[in-house]
Design a protein around this ligand. Structure first.
Ligand code: XLS
Ligand code: NI
Ligand code: NI
Length: 441
């Protein structure tokens, strides 16, 4: 394994390889075989796995009750540029050891934000240059970039939805630089997650005005990037709440409606996250189905919530049923439009060894690989598809087909109802469907 930086940060760990499901090696893939073809594509092509810079190289495990527990060696230098370069060295060591092709970042994950806008712009340019070098040495690509317009206190009342125009403009300036950084690093997509775009109290909030501002702002960002030659997708990442009481990008259905209302539907798709789906009282499969039905299934943030509490715990995915169901929708939708699978997940605060982050990602990768294999078998060899189609077979011919073809009017329905008289019940066979999933797992 060629070393890209000068130091080795994850000592004693080599490249993670596929060893098959009978392997006992905790530092090997049991199901993820990058070159294995499933449903016409290699696993590598299906997934486009990405490491999330913020969780893996920035977050040290702090929670509201205590500071971080993970003291990263790359955070030692007091100089921001030196620390950022060490962090990039560690990041690229990790990404290449995992065998991943991609990473994702927020602007100020890459380097600490400075105390002035001008200095932050300079810092960003310096680290983008450095990372460009790491990319060309390693072949690692940028799945998407984004801007952190939610941590800095200036955004406490929102970014593009802030009631103060000058804060909105500041967010515009910051996102311009994040778009520039994404384009400089050949980013394939750009994400908007509206962490503070919402409200804490309706008493002081004008929803209509804030939504109009957000719609206009996103259109301006798109126009800027397109004018610079950006060909990638823009993604909105829905989340119903946290940090705000209510966020405007609540879920897939809400965002699809918003994109259509503001004329953004041709350039924007969705980046869906498992834990955000469950926070919205949906399943991830539901969110993916809704997005796919709009032709907007763009990218996925992989993680999971905790069944016993209700916030964005961002744990690494490990629920085979949840992932298999998601992979059924994934395969039936023909995969993702431009995106990939980004591990927006963090190890727990009491996981403090340097190898913990490897175990976490290996588990996450393997659950997707296994889910994909199971989903492919369900689709190709079980009765699942046929059973589902059979439920709708009354639309394949006769009056049902006429209805789908727009050949009936409402009085026709009246006449058919009258002629039919009372109907026999048709079972939904839910338990049979559930058993098929379980059988193939
Ligand atoms: C937070 C979000 C965030 C986005 C990127 O809940 O998931 O991490 O993915 O800003
Ligand atoms: Ni996310
Ligand atoms: Ni999240």
């Amino acid at each position: 394994m060629a070393l890209i930086g000068n130091k080795e940060y994850f000592k004693g760990i080599g490249e993670i390889k596929y060893e098959g499901k009978d392997s006992d090696n905790p530092l090997a893939y049991k199901y993820y075989n990058p070159e294995q073809v499933v449903a016409g594509k290699t696993m590598r092509e299906h997934f486009k796995f990405a490491v999330a810079y913020w969780h893996t190289f920035c977050g040290q495990g702090a929670d509201p009750f205590g500071p971080g527990t993970q003291n990263f060696p790359w955070d030692q230098p007091s100089d921001a540029v030196a620390a950022a370069k060490e962090k990039a060295d560690a990041a690229f060591e990790f990404i290449t050891k995992m065998g991943f092709d991609y990473f994702c970042f927020h602007d100020f994950d890459l380097i600490q934000e400075a105390s002035t806008f001008a200095e932050s712009e300079k810092r960003l340019a310096t680290i983008v240059d450095y990372i460009k070098g790491k990319q060309s040495e390693s072949g690692v690509k940028l799945l998407w970039g984004t801007a952190n317009c939610f941590s800095n206190p200036r955004y406490m009342n929102g970014a593009s939805t802030n009631p103060d125009f000058n804060v909105l403009a500041r967010a515009g300036g910051q996102i311009k630089l994040a778009l520039d950084a994404t384009m400089a690093l050949d980013g394939e997509n750009y994400v908007f997650w509206g962490g503070r775009e919402g409200y804490m109290s309706l008493l002081n909030t004008n929803i209509k005005k804030e939504l109009d501002h957000m719609g206009r702002f996103l259109g301006m960002a798109r126009d800027y990037a397109r004018a610079q030659g950006f060909k990638g997708n823009f993604f909105i990442e829905p989340k119903p709440m946290e940090p705000m009481k209510h966020q405007y990008d609540f879920d897939s259905a809400t965002v699809a409606g918003f994109l259509h209302q503001y004329g953004l539907q041709d350039d924007f798709k969705l980046n869906l996250e498992f834990n955000h789906a469950t926070l919205a009282n949906h399943t991830m499969q539901h969110e993916m189905e809704v997005a796919a039905s709009h032709g907007m299934l763009g990218s996925l943030d992989a993680n999971r919530g905790d069944y016993q509490n209700g916030w964005d715990t961002d744990q690494f995915p490990n629920n085979i049923t949840e992932v298999t169901e998601a992979m059924i929708t994934f395969l039936k939708a023909g995969g993702l439009q431009g995106g990939g699978i980004n591990f927006d997940a963090k190890i727990r605060r009491n996981s403090t060894d340097m190898d913990d982050v490897f175990h976490a990602h290996i588990g996450g990768v393997d659950i997707f690989a296994r889910g994909l294999l199971v989903a492919d078998k369900i689709i190709s060899s079980s009765q699942y598809d046929a059973l589902r189609e059979k439920r709708y077979s009354s639309f394949d011919s006769g009056k049902g087909k006429d209805f789908e073809d727009g050949k009936l009017d409402f009085t026709d329905l009246y006449q058919i109802a009258k002629d039919n008289g009372e109907l026999e019940l048709q079972s939904g066979k839910q338990e049979l469907f559930e058993n098929i999933i379980n059988q193939y797992i």
